[in-house]
Design a protein around this ligand. Structure first.
Ligand SMILES: [Zn+2]
Length: 108
């Protein structure tokens, strides 16, 4: 195993553990999108060209009715795990409300 692989593993572990933590804080959360191929990313309305979905370090979540937390509450919880939140990042007509979570710059 190279040094790089170890760093990648830490990186992805931080993402997965952070999302798992959020799921315990906010049980009404479900993941609907994770990693994407460049072609799939390009086909989505509102997709960003350098999206972290392409690096598999971003995911989108939806909320059971009435369980979507206040943005500030979710952001504070996510920040403690080194994650960043973008509310309705890829909103398109007819799409369900969702939040985009990705690895932030903060290392914990
Ligand atoms: Zn997203």
């Amino acid at each position: 195993m190279s040094v790089d692989e170890g760093e990648h593993m830490k990186h992805f572990s931080r993402l997965v553990w952070g999302v798992y933590y959020l799921r315990t804080r906010f049980p009404g959360m479900s993941v609907t999108s994770w990693g994407r191929s460049p072609a799939h990313n390009k086909s989505l309305p509102g997709a960003v060209a350098d999206s972290q979905h392409l690096e598999w370090t971003a995911l989108d979540v939806v909320w059971d009715p009435g369980t979507m937390p206040e943005l500030g509450t979710l952001e504070a919880a996510a920040r403690t795990m080194g994650l960043k939140v973008i509310r309705n990042a890829h909103a398109a007509p007819g799409e369900r409300d969702h939040d985009h979570l990705e690895l932030g710059d903060t290392h914990v």
